[in-house]
Design a binder for this molecule. Structure first.
Ligand SMILES: N[C@@H]1[C@@H](O)[C@H](O)[C@@H](COP(=O)(O)O)O[C@@H]1O
Length: 344
């Protein structure tokens, strides 16, 4: 799992939007081979949608060959209700991009047979070739989609009764009136999310801090269903500083250092160090001197150690040692001491 921490919601959302744009563009989707994107609702992804729309308007991305599957929808709420997830998605995203409406999939919470609707949704995902990237958020109780605490980590799309915490949390969208919040929803399962080739979670704000700590530092548990992502091979969590409030300082530093090291490596790869002509000449001169010294030593039969070969392997050894030192500083020591802190 990778954890990307930004100072605020805006920085985290920009990162996530850029990440999605890069992934879709790298995939180079076609009508025959579309990119399949899983999508969430809620306040957390709103800025991401804003930046994706901006990217589309700036010509950085097209959604013409993107197929989408939303995570969930309330049961019994008319599609045209302003708080239905259908309305949310059109208002914040679909109405502003070049997506083909036939490529948009959102569960129908008013279907006459809800179980059949859910089974059909799983089938549609499979027919589309599976989800390439599932973007998600989490609830304050650590739920992913509407997989409330106690949901099977192997669950699939189904009807779920909402937890009281979630009804309370979502009442803000219904004028604070708990009685107006639907009590059931259709939701993809934890396993449906886990089946995606890649998962990207956006987690913002101090009210998600406990859920985020449990998701990252806790054990994999049905009580914090987002924690299942610990076993996903390509999971990334993008969060703001406030959301890390309940995490160990060491954990936060650890993930920040990992990002720093990988950023340095990417930068180094993208911009190989430029050597000035003077420096190159200097370097050649040094090599020449080394060779002369070596020849002298060999001629004098003092020892056979300082041959050009052994010198180059010695240089290589010290480079490896430096590298190890760097990695130790950033990774092993910190994680090692974290483990011993836990053990103590
Ligand atoms: N079903 C949705 C989840 O998919 C979402 O992650 C969660 C968090 O929403 P918000 O980002 O508004 O806190 O809300 C709802 O419960």
């Amino acid at each position: 799992m990778r954890v990307i921490i930004r100072e605020n919601a805006d920085g985290a959302s920009q990162y996530a939007a850029q990440y999605i744009i890069k992934r879709i563009n790298a995939f180079a989707p076609t009508p025959e081979k579309p990119f399949v994107l899983g999508l969430p609702t809620g306040s957390s992804p709103e800025f991401i949608y804003k930046y994706l729309v901006q990217g589309y308007k700036a010509g950085e991305i097209s959604f013409a060959n993107v197929v989408t599957f939303n995570m969930d929808e309330y049961v019994g709420l008319p599609e045209e209700h302003p708080e239905s997830y259908h309305s949310f998605m059109y208002k914040h995203f679909f109405a502003h991009i070049d997506i083909n409406p036939a490529n948009v999939h959102i569960l129908n919470g008013n279907a006459p047979d809800l179980a059949a609707e859910c089974a059909n949704y799983e089938q549609q995902i499979a027919q589309a070739g599976g989800i390439d990237l599932f973007l998600g958020g989490i609830g304050p109780d650590g739920h992913i989609a509407f997989n409330e605490p106690g949901s099977s980590l192997r669950s699939r799309t189904r009807v779920k009764t909402l937890a009281e915490d979630t009804i309370r949390a979502n009442s803000r969208f219904f004028g604070g009136d708990l009685s107006q919040v639907p009590k059931q929803a259709l939701t993809v399962g934890v396993q449906t999310v886990m089946d995606a080739r890649e998962v990207l979670l956006i987690v913002l704000g101090a009210n998600k801090a406990l859920a985020l700590a449990k998701t990252i530092e806790g054990s994999v548990s049905q009580m914090w269903t987002a924690s299942a992502l610990q076993t996903h091979e390509h999971a990334t969590i993008v969060c703001d500083d406030a959301a890390t409030d309940e995490m160990l300082v060491k954990t936060v530093k650890y993930f920040k250092s990992i990002e720093q090291v990988s950023w340095e490596q990417e930068t180094a790869k993208a911009t190989p160090p430029q050597r000035s002509r003077a420096k190159v000449d200097n370097w050649r001169g040094t090599l020449k001197e080394l060779r002369i010294d070596t020849d002298k030593k060999q001629a004098g039969q003092e020892d056979g150690e300082l041959t050009p070969d052994s010198m180059s392997s010695r240089l290589m050894d010290s480079a490896i040692a430096m590298n190890d030192k760097k990695m130790d500083d950033f990774i092993a020591d910190r994680m090692g001491s974290r483990v011993s802190t836990f053990a103590a």
